[in-house]
Design a protein around this ligand. Structure first.
Ligand SMILES: Cc1ncc(C[n+]2csc(CCOP(=O)(O)OP(=O)(O)O)c2C)c(N)n1
Length: 598
């Protein structure tokens, strides 16, 4: 390609353009791993920051004000970018080289897609002359990621780089957010051209991310809400994404309607609020699921009626009219028929409703739900006397107490994830990072690294199972190399616990391929120049938490918990929502042994 001058009289390469676009998009952190096809993008990171945008005061003129963090596996780069986005609300960025680098990103991309998280993944691609020739490390990554991205681009001309990246950030973050891949051929990264930055608003014909409800629909909603006798509000992930917690609180204070949360909605409404009912669904609170089946109105805010939330659709909330507030038209009537869809930004819609709404006469209903709690407290394992045994619920409950509910928790996937949801009471949004939709084991540790850079002042705890932790435990080396401080609580039960639980309940207790042997996690931490602590009884939990907090380096706490405990309640997959398997009451439960109280 013919070389030309840029607007400052300097040549600009495609790789420099990527960085220039990043600076303008406010990118400060990239997670990735280099290879042949993205080397120009790496070289420019530290050596050629001399583009059209001068660096801010105090920054070396030859370096861009962007820090790259080297991971051990590209999947982890995508998870780190994902968590960065979940806690900041702005797009996270990751890099992978062509071929295996790009395909390693796939699980992270799918995780972000299922939870509507904005990430921009830049992959290196073989040079354009080699495209389609099965060149070394060539993979059609735009083809591979088509169903798991909101959009993707293959860029093989330098002049197309800047527009593609600007569009990628716009698409990733606007409307219902999601991941975008920009695959850039190596020759496009290397070539230099003259370029004038176009800072006009990105316009994409046919893409209309904004929706607004009609005034008539709002009036209908007010009427339905005002005349309800047994209403429930559902707080979904959309509340957190739209930063609508304050508007939801106002709505609840005005109407007095109780609120149930989805897993990803936890923290969108304060867990300790008087009107908070807790989580719904497969491992939701028993009284919540029962109340949903008895409700006469559901006001669903920014959620998508996932099968883990509804159970059997045929019998789901049979008496309830449904108002579904949602940004993505594709979600309306997808799983559950909406009597009144309100399309638009949930924050804006709540603001509009708040100007029209008043108190709803549902005191009897609130009292009834309280009664539904019935014997739940006596079944609650956290309230049992200390029998000398350590239960996962104890660990999470104590972690909540000792961190005063203020830590940012990043979970993996499995039983521990559900116990976290039940026992760590989140009062603030963006303080729980968890893979809800895809349920990706291995997510937690790399995601915690991303959260670390997004929230340097937060106390961060990974809560992971012994199975999932081992999937990405190599990132302990990244924590060590990059000086990343997080605390890791491994809920070590010697099993792929959630699958073991399914085998116990539904496969006659035949534990095929679920018992697992793990390394000594204390030694594993020490092998990475990090700290490790082992805990085998409840009385040791406090000291371990305090020590981990005090250590400067990442600390792994190996909590050796009861091996065959299960998460209750449980709605078997596809069963009616109120047909739950309950934790046996203590006297009849063989796993309890009475011991002296502490
Ligand atoms: C990548 C991936 N593979 C398989 C699964 C299926 N799966 C869901 S939970 C689970 C067990 C998790 O075990 P562990 O990490 O030890 O956590 P625990 O359930 O014991 O808390 C498995 C295998 C998954 N969610 N993700």
């Amino acid at each position: 390609m013919e070389e030309q001058k840029d607007t400052n009289g300097k040549l600009m390469t495609g790789a420099q353009m990527v960085m220039e676009a990043f600076v303008r998009e406010g990118v400060d952190t990239i997670f990735g791993l280099p290879g042949g096809a993205n080397l120009p993008l790496y070289d420019v990171l530290e050596n050629q920051g001399v583009g059209i945008q001068p660096p801010p005061p105090g920054v070396e003129p030859k370096a861009y004000p962007i820090k790259h963090y080297l991971v051990k596996h590209e999947q982890c780069a995508a998870h780190a970018a994902d968590a960065y986005a979940r806690v900041t609300g702005k797009a996270g960025v990751c890099y992978g080289t062509s071929g295996p680098g790009a395909t390693n990103l796939v699980t992270g991309i799918a995780t972000a897609m299922l939870d509507s998280v904005p990430i921009v993944c830049i992959t290196g691609q073989v040079s354009s002359a080699l495209l389609g020739s099965d060149a070394f490390q060539e993979t059609d990554i735009t083809g591979v990621t088509l169903p798991i991205t909101k959009h993707n681009f293959l860029v093989n001309r330098t002049q197309d780089i800047m527009p593609a990246i600007r569009q990628a950030f716009y698409i990733a973050a606007s409307g219902r957010p999601g991941p975008v891949v920009v695959d850039i051929t190596k020759d496009a990264q290397n070539a230099s051209i003259d370029y004038e930055y176009d800072d006009s608003a990105v316009r994409l014909p046919g893409y209309r991310p904004e929706q607004h409800p009609l005034p008539d629909e709002l009036e209908d909603a007010v009427e339905m809400i005002q005349s309800a006798k047994r209403p429930i509000i559902f707080c979904g992930h959309g509340i957190i994404k739209a930063n609508a917690t304050a508007q939801l609180l106002e709505f609840v204070h005005k109407t007095n309607i109780p609120v149930a949360m989805t897993l990803l909605g936890l923290g969108g409404f304060p867990a300790t609020h008087q009107r908070s009912l807790g989580m719904m669904g497969m491992h939701g609170e028993a009284w919540v699921n029962t109340a949903i089946q008895e409700a006469d109105l559901i006001i669903a805010l920014g959620m998508r009626f996932d099968d883990r939330v509804t159970g059997n659709l045929k019998t789901y909330a049979p008496n309830a009219k449904k108002i579904h507030v949602e940004l993505d038209p594709a979600e309306i009537n997808k799983n559950v028929k909406a009597d009144l869809p309100l399309l638009g930004d949930v924050r804006e819609i709540l603001q509009l409703l708040n100007t029209r709404i008043g108190r709803v006469q549902c005191d009897d209903w609130v009292k009834h739900i309280d009664e539904l709690k019935g014997d739940s407290a006596v079944r609650d394992i956290k309230d049992m006397p200390d029998s000398g045994k350590l239960y996962a619920a104890h660990v999470i409950h104590d972690l909540w107490r000792f961190t005063e509910g203020k830590a940012l928790i990043v979970t993996d996937v499995g039983q521990h994830q559900m116990w976290e949801a039940q026992y760590y009471k989140h009062d603030h949004p963006r303080k729980l990072v968890t893979s809800g939709g895809l349920g990706t084991m291995g997510f937690a540790l790399p995601a915690a690294m991303g959260a670390r850079f997004a929230c340097p002042d937060d106390e961060i705890w990974v809560v992971a199972g012994d199975g999932g932790f081992q999937m990405t435990a190599a990132e302990l080396a990244t924590c060590s190399q990059e000086g990343i401080k997080v605390n890791v609580a491994v809920i070590n039960n010697g099993y792929l616990g959630m699958v073991r639980q399914w085998q116990q309940f539904f496969y006659g207790g035949r534990y095929v391929a679920t018992p697992i042997k793990s390394p000594d996690f204390v030694k594993l931490a020490e092998a990475h120049d990090l700290k490790g602590i082992r805990v085998t009884s409840r009385s040791e939990v406090r000291v371990a938490v305090e020590q981990a907090r005090a250590n400067k380096e990442t600390t792994v706490v190996d909590f050796r918990v009861e091996q065959e405990d299960s998460v209750y309640p449980m709605v078997p997959a596809g069963a009616d929502l109120d047909k739950m398997i309950r934790r046996p009451v203590p006297a009849t439960n063989p796993i309890y042994e009475t011991g002296k109280d502490d």
